[in-house]
Design a protein around this ligand. Sequence first.
Ligand SMILES: *Cc1c(COP(=O)(O)O)cnc(C)c1O
Length: 409
Amino acid sequence: MSARGFTTAILHSDRSKPIEHGSLHKPVHNSVAFGYADARDLARVFQGELPGYAYGRQGTPTTSALEDKITTMEQGIATVSFATGMGAIASTMMALLRASDHVVSSSFVFGNTNSLLGTFEQLGIAVSFVDATDVACVAQALRPETRMVFVETIANPRTQVADLAGIGELCRARDIVYVVDNTLTSPYLFLPKRVDASLIVNALTKCIGGHGNALGGAVTDCGLYDWSKYPNIHDSYKKGDASRWAALQIRKKGLRDVGATLAPEAAHHLAVGAETLALRMDRICANALKLAQYLEAHPRVRRVYYPGLESHPQHERAKALFRGAGGLMAFELADGIDCFEFLNRLQIVVSSSNLADNRTLAIPVAHTIYFEMGAERRASMGIADSLIRVSTGIEDEEDLTADFRQALG
Ligand SMILES: *Cc1c(COP(=O)(O)O)cnc(C)c1O
């Protein structure tokens, strides 16, 4: 939007549009319906000839204001917000894929995304799961009917870093839509546009909201993909500039058909959280690096997975691409230490799911978020029974290390 710095641009984003009553925060518009003095204007809004709002499921002024901030942060051209990160991913895929299309996905993706792709397989969309840390594996899986490649920047929970630049080059050369889930890095640590992403997903619930008080998701179009080459755009959305067709189809069809609309109240919480994204991420990354180094040196810890550590297989890639290595790490306890007893000894760190909360959270992966997939699948994904995922918060670093020190004994 401008040459302003990351945080300045977010803080002053609402003022780039007319300000209502001088309010420095975009007001929360809870209205479901929007009325017009001239009924013809209502028709024009429905027909896309007049900008405006008609019914809350398709968006409100409050969600639009948040979408503008995310577009600015990601340096994209358009963003559509959703009730959750999963709502964003599911609605985007529903809007853009058809039966007998093929998708290539990283095999290291968020468990619920993995589950969603399984559902799409049942609906006649073929999915290949590949090791996305190596672009050659992605290239090998491509078929003439491949429509989309889906990866995460840093995978949850084992922190593999995809070959983001290599895959971007490949997709661009083959005109394939490249979807990057930027949730673990956030647009402050990484801009997927730099690696030729077509669409970017952010679970706003995590880094961007940051406070663990609102769910939300978004998909942003980087403006790099020429949608006139994509076979699944309906004629009614082929209006104007082709770079905007997909965002229009995702907004119209995705929000209408799935209905995973972000509530205005939640949009407001997320927009307030976004103001401090850069401040929080700097602190979260610093805390995570110190904690990961402490754990790696500890005799009662077998292994630590964190892209900021030199021992991480994609450390150099992470350093080249990301401003910081993020707040997520996973570690295995040494043999004979019960992960539940260890977690119960922690006094500051909370046993809880969620990521990028201001509070540090820890979860025993195999027994919770990866329980349903079974032991065999876990083993194939390198998820040990003692694996603990930690999402570092913004506590004072000495308190965090002290808590882990006493709990490890
Ligand atoms: C949490 C998460 C999601 C889903 O977000 P929700 O808001 O919980 O639906 C998607 N992708 C990644 C990488 C996540 O960590």
